[in-house]
Ligand binder design. Structure first.
Ligand SMILES: [Zn+2]
Ligand SMILES: [Zn+2]
Length: 346
C-alpha cells in the first residue's frame, strides 16, 4: 500500500479538502500512474451532491486522468515506466459478459467498476483522479499519443469519449447535419469532434454568448435556443442532435428539428424524469436515444483520432485549492470549457 495526498469530499455536499488515501500495492497486472492532470467533470459534482443516488464518502472524484507510468506489475505487457497514459470512467469490469467481450465495457452487465464512488472486486472503495497516484489494471489504462499534451488530453477521457462514441455510432461524417445542444465541457468537444469527422455542425445554445468560440472550434452555424425563430428556421434539419444538456428539456420541441429517421441522443443526464409525447417520434420515424461514455477500444481510437487531428480540450488549468470555487463556476456555466487540476498542487 502507498499513502498519497488527495482532495476528497468528506460527506455529501461538503466542500472538498486535502487528505490522504491508500492505494493498493501494484499487483501482477497493475500499472502505477503518477497523475499529472485531472479534469473536473460535471458528473463529479452530481456525485459529490448525491444527485444520482446514495454515494460513498469520503469521495475522491476525478475520472479524467492523465499521467505517466512509474511502475508496472510483472505480468504487464502493454505499458512500461515512462509511458504517457490516461484513465477514464472505468477501472474494471467483469470481462465475461456479452458487452465486455464486444469491447463495450461501459455497459458491463456483470459489475463494472467506476473510477471513484464504486467498490472494487475486493469490496474496497475506489478513489479517483484528484490524487497524486492511482493503481489500475493495464486493461483499463489508455495510451496518450505523443502529439497530445497531457493537460488538454485529460478531459478527453470522459468529455471526449462521451461525445465521440455517439457521433461514431450514429455516423456523423460528410453529408450529415449534426447539432450539438449545449456549449459546455461536453458540447465543445462534440463540436470539435463532429467537425473533424466531416459533418456540418450547428451549435444550439441558450444564448449567442459563446458564438465566437463555437465557430472557432469548428461549428458552421450557431443558434440561440432562447429565440423561438430558431425552431421555425431549423425545423426538419438534422440527422443527429447530440444533447449534452443535463437540465430538463422540452423534448417534443427539439424532436421537431430532426429530419425523417433522425436521432436525438442524450449524453447529458438530468436528475429528474422527462415527459414526452410519443407522436414526436412516431411522425418521421425518429429515434430518441442515449449513450454512455465508451468502451476501452473506442476510447483508445478516440485518443488516436484526437492526436491525428490535433484535438485537445479547451481548458482552464487550476490549483487544487481552487477546486471548490471551480465546482461553483461549473454549476454557473462559467468555464471555458473544462477545469483541469494541476495535480502537482495537491
Ligand atoms: Zn465525466
Ligand atoms: Zn462485463
Amino acid at each position: 500500500m502507498t499513502t498519497v495526498a488527495a482532495y476528497a469530499a468528506p460527506a455529501a455536499k461538503a466542500p472538498l479538502e486535502r487528505t490522504t488515501i491508500e492505494r493498493r500495492a501494484v499487483g501482477e497486472f497493475d500499472v502505477l500512474i503518477d497523475i499529472k492532470f485531472a479534469g473536473i467533470c460535471h458528473s463529479d459534482i452530481h456525485q459529490v451532491h448525491e444527485g444520482w443516488g446514495e454515494a460513498i464518502f469520503p469521495m475522491v472524484p476525478g475520472h479524467e486522468i492523465a499521467g505517466v507510468v512509474s511502475e508496472v506489475g510483472p505480468g504487464v505487457t502493454k505499458y512500461k515506466a515512462g509511458d504517457r497514459v490516461g484513465v477514464g470512467c472505468l477501472v474494471d469490469s467483469c470481462r465475461e459478459c456479452e458487452n465486455c467481450k464486444a469491447g463495450l465495457q461501459q455497459y458491463c452487465t456483470g459489475g463494472g467498476v467506476g473510477t471513484y464512488n464504486a467498490l472494487d472486486k475486493n469490496g474496497e472503495p475506489t478513489y479517483g483522479g484528484y490524487s497524486q497516484k492511482i493503481v489500475v489494471d493495464e486493461n483499463y489504462v489508455l495510451r496518450i499519443p505523443d502529439g497530445l499534451s497531457l493537460d488538454v488530453a485529460a478531459p478527453l477521457l470522459c468529455a471526449g469519449i462521451t461525445t465521440y462514441s455517439p457521433l461514431r455510432h450514429w455516423n456523423a461524417g460528410p453529408g450529415k447535419k449534426v447539432a450539438v445542444l449545449g456549449m459546455g465541457g461536453l458540447g465543445h468537444m462534440g463540436v470539435k469532434l463532429a467537425h473533424a469527422l466531416g459533418a456540418e455542425v450547428t451549435v444550439l445554445s441558450q444564448s449567442l454568448r459563446k458564438k465566437d468560440d463555437g465557430l472557432r472550434l469548428g461549428a458552421d452555424h450557431y443558434h440561440a435556443t432562447s429565440d423561438p425563430k430558431t425552431f421555425e428556421e431549423l425545423s426538419g434539419t438534422f440527422d443527429l442532435i447530440l444533447s449534452t444538456v443535463s437540465a430538463p428539456l422540452n423534448l417534443d420541441q427539439y424532436l421537431t428539428l430532426l429530419r425523417t429517421d433522425g436521432a436525438f441522443v442524450n449524453v447529458g443526464a438530468p436528475e429528474e424524469p422527462i415527459a414526452l409525447n410519443l407522436f414526436s417520434v412516431i411522425a418521421g420515424r425518429k429515434t430518441l436515444a442515449g449513450s454512455g461514455i465508451g468502451g476501452i477500444p473506442e476510447t483508445q481510437e478516440m485518443l488516436d483520432f484526437c492526436a491525428a487531428h490535433g484535438i485537445g480540450a479547451e481548458i482552464e488549468l487550476i490549483g487544487a485549492d481552487e477546486i471548490n470555487e471551480a465546482y461553483q463556476r461549473v454549476q454557473d456555466s462559467d468555464v471555458r470549457y473544462r477545469f483541469v487540476i494541476d495535480v502537482a498542487t495537491i
